[in-house]
Ligand binder design. Structure first.
Ligand SMILES: *Cc1c(COP(=O)(O)O)cnc(C)c1O
Length: 448
């Protein structure tokens, strides 16, 4: 495998990319406008190997990584475009951009309610929503190799400090894990933890292993690196050190699950990614895969079936299909829940049981991960009512999990907040308890 030199493209230098000769001035200006609000970053592996420039702007990987005009509301687009055209300075544009960002629901699904306390202090680098799993945001892993335009972590990348959930000290994490023996999984997330040098990741991992916590069963690493920069495991200077670190986790008896984000089958198609997967699997780590269902990118069943098959062919385990979250450019990407279910069903029907480890479509919402099981007509008083059948895969209260519940059918609904209880019920079964957990008025709870 040839060494690949890493070239980053952002809002400030993207016009220098050789492929930009294929775009019109207007398309380039649109990128600049939208990138002033939503973060934009790509690299030469993505632009040279994953994007079919002959198919731009429709190419799914182009739409996934390059800002698109329709991602901003018309009025927001015009405001930034006018500011750029009239030569406003960086500070002025930033101020406008921050105001627009605040209107884009930067912290969906009550993320701010997931921040735990230790001795009365907020632990800003940890989120603990589900009993068994704590999310850890290592402070030097809060960026990515390339930004997906849909990413709900976008506030982490726009340089507004109070919005970053980051923490330097592993000590606090360890103390939290000791105090909470119900936690079996620590999920390193970000950003992307694989952006860290192996030496930095090692500090955290060593801390966890040396603490010898009896409750720690699994370390998960949520990462887009296989899709966007597989050389991290092949020819980067710290590639071997990274793989040896993975081996060390596995040898210590802790399960290492690499949670790989793949949004399109093309991300699994290069020799580099396939070789990187082999290297990771050879350390004894498992690779599980997840992605949201995104309009313009992967909103058809054949794409998903092909992707799950390619994952299994490469020894990865399909894990989640998510519904696009209610944040950022949600309107651009969202697919009605009923269509999401139909795409899932048709894709699932095409593949064998080995690929059917995947669950979805699932909404990571305030009460938990809500799984859309399907649409059904329920007989009621001699008539029938069309409903969504739902259940929790994960819940803020573990007792909610695996109990089917019903919402009125709504062909336009794209998120849990659009759904109303069905079959004469006034509220969803979990809502009263959720409002107690969150210490909020019951009317507010359904808002997310
Ligand atoms: C999805 C998720 C997890 C992990 O849930 P699993 O079902 O165990 O994969 C943990 N915390 C949060 C906040 C999540 O959204």
């Amino acid at each position: 495998m040839d060494t690949m030199r890493y070239k980053v493209y952002t809002q400030t230098n993207f016009r220098k990319m050789p492929q930009m000769a294929m775009l019109t001035e207007e398309q380039k200006f649109d990128i600049e406008v939208v990138a002033s609000v939503l973060p934009f970053k790509s690299n030469n592996y993505v632009t040279d190997n994953l994007i079919d420039w002959g198919n731009v702007p429709d190419d799914p990987m182009f739409r996934l990584t390059f800002p698109q005009r329709e991602m901003l509301k018309e009025e927001h687009y015009n405001e930034i475009a006018d500011a750029l055209r009239s030569g406003k300075n960086k500070m002025e544009i930033k101020e406008i951009a921050n105001r627009i960002r605040m209107s884009l629901n930067p912290h969906p699904a009550g993320q701010k309610c997931n921040i735990p306390e230790l001795d009365g202090e907020d632990l800003k680098g940890i989120q603990h929503k589900y009993r068994e799993t704590a999310l850890f945001f290592p402070s030097n892993g809060q960026t990515c190799h390339a930004y997906c335009t849909f990413c709900f972590r976008w506030p982490q990348f726009v340089g507004v400090n109070e919005w970053k959930f980051a923490m330097k000290e592993t000590d606090l994490l360890l103390e939290y894990l000791r105090n909470n023996p119900q936690i079996t999984d620590v999920l390193f997330t970000g950003g992307d933890p694989m952006i860290m040098k192996a030496s930095a990741l090692e500090v955290y991992i060593n801390g966890l292993l040396e603490a010898n916590l009896p409750n720690l069963k699994t370390i998960r690493i949520g990462s887009k690196a296989l899709g966007f920069w597989p050389y991290k495991f092949l020819t980067d200077k710290d590639a071997d050190e990274t793989l040896r670190l993975f081996e060390k986790v596995v040898k210590s008896g802790v399960n290492l699950s690499f949670m790989a984000h793949f949004s399109h089958p093309v991300e699994l198609s290069t020799p580099a990614v396939q070789e990187a997967i082999v290297k990771i699997r050879n350390t004894g780590a498992q690779i599980r895969t997840q992605s949201p269902l995104l309009r313009h990118i992967n909103d058809d069943d054949d794409t998903w079936a092909e992707m799950w098959r390619a994952q299994v062919d490469n020894n990865c385990i399909p894990y989640y299909m998510f519904v696009e979250r209610d944040t950022g450019a949600q309107e651009y990407f969202s697919v009605p829940l009923v269509d999401a279910w139909k795409i899932f069903q048709k894709a699932y029907q095409q593949v064998s049981g080995i690929c059917r480890t995947v669950r979805g479509p699932s909404m990571s919402s305030t009460p938990g991960k809500v799984h859309i099981l399907g649409v059904q007509d329920i007989p009621l008083n001699g008539k029938s009512e069309k409903v969504f059948v739902l259940q929790f895969i994960q819940g803020r209260n573990p007792d909610w999990v695996c109990k089917p519940f019903f919402a009125k059918y709504d062909e336009n609904a794209t998120w849990l907040s659009d759904l109303k209880p069905a079959l004469g019920q006034k509220e969803f079964f979990y809502e009263r308890e959720l409002s107690e957990i969150l210490d909020e008025e019951p009317e507010l709870v359904r808002a997310e």
